[in-house]
Design a protein around this ligand. Structure first.
Ligand SMILES: NC(=O)c1ccc[n+]([C@@H]2O[C@H](COP(=O)([O-])OP(=O)(O)OC[C@H]3O[C@@H](n4cnc5c(N)ncnc54)[C@H](OP(=O)(O)O)[C@@H]3O)[C@@H](O)[C@H]2O)c1
Length: 257
């Protein structure tokens, strides 16, 4: 699967991994369209990458996704690639009070978002000669991080959904790839986890994206860079041991012990 000359839509492409992916895909001669909620972040991304196309759109909003689909496929009829990258990760102490309508935000963005986007865009991608869907999950899809319980659950579920999607599309022209990044130096990694991550160094986003593009081009369907590969293997051979490491890293984990 060549990652050149494609027309790529990246959700959550105004920051972090999505913005770096946009940068590297533009450098390779792809047309790149990104979404995000905050128009100022989208403006700043366009200033960095003048060829970037941006649309303000929220993966939580079904009507917004329908409008995005119409706008993108009208302006960029060669669209052949959807990258579901938008995501949020919060530090949630489950024993503390929290509004019920706020509690499940990660599920709505990280899991329901990709499912909505795929439902809307899949019929179009199926008509392309070589369609591609890339879901960005996390190494935490394999071993959960107790400080981020709803996030971990959302990513484990996205991993399962992606496996089902790949199985259903096996004989179609659409390839389904999962990227499960390890901790990566982006606003999300440091945001609510400054204390937990103070002695940790995340992967460089530029290196992460270079590795992912190389592995997509090599035909790999489940891409687990760096520590994510360790988590994936540990889930099979020593799940308890690795969970203990996560509990240690997690202040929330210490609280519930
Ligand atoms: N960094 C890590 O350590 C790490 C590790 C494993 C997996 N990941 C995954 O990698 C992906 C990218 O994360 P990142 O680290 O690059 O985070 P980031 O720098 O915070 O970027 C997240 C992007 O998603 C957008 N976004 C958030 N909610 C959205 C929504 N409802 N609709 C549309 N866009 C939305 C954000 O823009 P707005 O806020 O303006 O909407 C931003 O562009 C996520 O799925 C994350 O779970 C990250």
């Amino acid at each position: 699967m060549k990652m050149t000359g494609r027309t790529v839509l990246v959700t959550g492409g105004s920051s972090g991994i999505g913005l770096e992916l946009a940068r590297q895909l533009l450098e390779r001669g792809n047309t790149v369209i990104v979404t995000g909620r905050d128009p100022h972040k989208l403006d700043a991304a366009r200033q960095q990458l003048p060829l970037l196309q941006t649309f303000q759109s929220d993966v939580r909003d079904p009507a917004g996704i329908q409008a995005l689909f119409l706008a993108v496929t009208t302006q960029f009829p060669t669209l052949d690639t959807l990258v579901n990258n938008a995501g949020v990760m919060r530090n949630i102490r489950l024993a503390q009070p929290r509004a019920l309508d706020d509690l499940t935000e990660e599920v709505d963005i990280n899991l329901n978002g990709p499912m909505r986007m795929i439902q809307q865009f899949l019929p179009y991608l199926l008509q392309r000669q070589s369609g591609l869907i890339v879901n960005v999950s996390s190494g935490l899809a394999f071993i959960p991080f107790p400080a981020a319980p709803v996030y971990s659950a959302s990513k484990a579920a996205l991993h399962a959904y992606t496996q089902c999607l790949r199985a259903q599309l096996k004989h179609s022209a659409v390839t389904v790839i999962e990227i499960a990044p390890p901790g990566t130096e982006t606003p999300l990694f440091r945001g609510e986890f400054a204390a937990e991550m103070k002695n940790e160094k995340g992967m460089d986003p530029a290196l992460l994206v270079r590795q992912c593009i190389r592995k997509i081009e090599a035909g790999q369907l489940e891409i687990c860079p760096g520590v994510s590969q360790v988590l994936k293997v540990a889930r099979r051979v020593a799940p308890g041991l690795m969970l203990q490491q996560m509990i240690k890293l997690s202040r929330a984990g210490q609280q519930v012990q």
